[in-house]
Design a protein around this ligand. Structure first.
Ligand code: MRU
Length: 365
């Protein structure tokens, strides 16, 4: 197999992570190491919480829903640590809670991570104080699996709603929002692949997504694995492409959506939304309800992760700037609600985007 494009085994769909079971619920988390794609398909075993956190921070596993699921399985790994170390029931629970905080804060922008960790922790609160580590582990594993399974179903529903919304013609997406970013087939990318499977005449364009190339390395890889043609463009070509009239719609994912509909997503999303508006092209955002943070109103209150200068100055490890140059490397930006044509959730489409529409769709009205 040439290193330039690794393929997964025939019949297997791309997939970001899996739980590898061991007796007593003391298995470990396996993540497909996305930093190696598209050159190599290699799984990485995370047998302790520092390994899970390292995988999340280094983007071996990435994408808002996928890091949430990784965080939930990370708690099972934490309970496994307590069991291996022979901790008492009280110490085991305290250990899991402390590890939960470390996991939840591994990356700050995607709300799915803290959401999933808190949900999994809530599943152990009804357990009696004397519940030992293996009982805690079993309860956490049940909940992590539930979160994972639910995400598969949410992706399917989002894919269906999104596909029904997409027009035929050019569809431009940014970053990676597919199977590699979720527990199922994806969000925005699921809309695209569903429309394709429906036989709709669409042409997929993927921004390469600097500086970590999730668009060219991951989205193009996923689409190619599925036999869907894709055209990759440098991020700065998006304006020219939109001006050419070849794009009928843009669709992207989200890391956090506020109660008012402001959207945090991969850096470059905001610029794309402004360009789409300037050219009269609809700009859709697809995300599950776990990506909404209704405690926050304004996008200005979303914490934006800043990553290392090396990612910008030496992309993919190749120096691209002189020594001594500094870098500005926000991993995400915020697109204000008024630039978003519609939000696509598993519960339906919110259009126009408004606080009331969001509350109604998420069942808060
Ligand atoms: O830094 P990343 O690769 O984790 O960023 C991912 C994105 O910005 C995705 O668009 C978002 O998480 C949605 S994934 C369904």
């Amino acid at each position: 197999m040439p290193e330039s494009m690794a393929r997964i085994a025939a019949g297997n769909e791309p997939c970001a992570l899996r739980w590898i079971d061991a007796p007593g619920g003391h298995g470990h988390l396996g993540v497909l190491d996305q930093t190696l794609l598209p050159g190599r398909v290699a799984w990485r075993d995370c047998r302790d919480v520092p390994a899970v956190i390292e995988a999340i921070r280094s983007l071996r596993v990435r994408g808002a829903p996928a890091i949430g699921i990784a965080g939930a399985y990370g708690l099972v790994v934490a309970a496994g640590e307590a069991w291996r170390d022979g901790l008492s029931a009280a110490s085991a629970r305290a250990h899991v809670l402390a590890r939960g905080e470390e996991l939840a804060s591994a990356r700050p922008t995607a709300v799915n991570l803290r959401w999933a960790v808190e949900r999994a922790l809530a599943a152990i609160s009804p357990l009696p104080d004397e519940a030992p580590a293996d009982v805690i582990a079993a309860a956490l594993l049940d909940e992590a699996r539930r979160i994972h399974d639910e995400d598969r179903r949410l992706c399917e529903a989002i894919g269906r709603h999104g596909a029904d919304l997409l027009p035929e013609g050019g569809i431009l997406t940014h970053c990676n929002t597919g199977a590699l970013a979720t527990g199922g087939d994806g969000t925005a990318l699921a809309a695209i692949t569903t429309a394709w499977r429906d036989g709709r005449r669409i042409e997929v364009f993927a921004d390469e997504t600097r500086p970590l190339f999730q668009g060219s390395r991951l989205t193009a890889w996923e689409l190619t694995q599925r036999g869907i043609p894709v055209t990759v463009l440098v991020d700065s070509a998006a304006g020219h492409l939109l001006a050419s009239g070849r794009v009928a719609a843009c669709i992207v994912g989200a890391d956090r959506i506020t109660a008012a509909g402001d959207v945090a997503n991969k850096i470059g999303t905001y610029a794309l939304a402004v360009l789409a508006r300037a050219h009269g092209v609809p700009f859709y955002v697809a995300a599950p309800s776990s990506t909404f943070d209704l405690r926050i109103d304004s996008g200005a209150d979303i914490p934006i992760e800043e990553r290392t200068a090396a990612e910008v100055l030496a992309p993919l490890g190749v120096p691209a700037a002189p020594e001594g140059a500094r870098a500005f490397n926000p991993a995400f930006d915020v697109t204000p609600a008024h630039l978003v044509t519609a939000l696509v959730t598993e519960r339906g489409v919110i259009r126009p985007v408004s606080r009331e529409g969001i509350a109604q769709c998420l069942g808060r009205i």
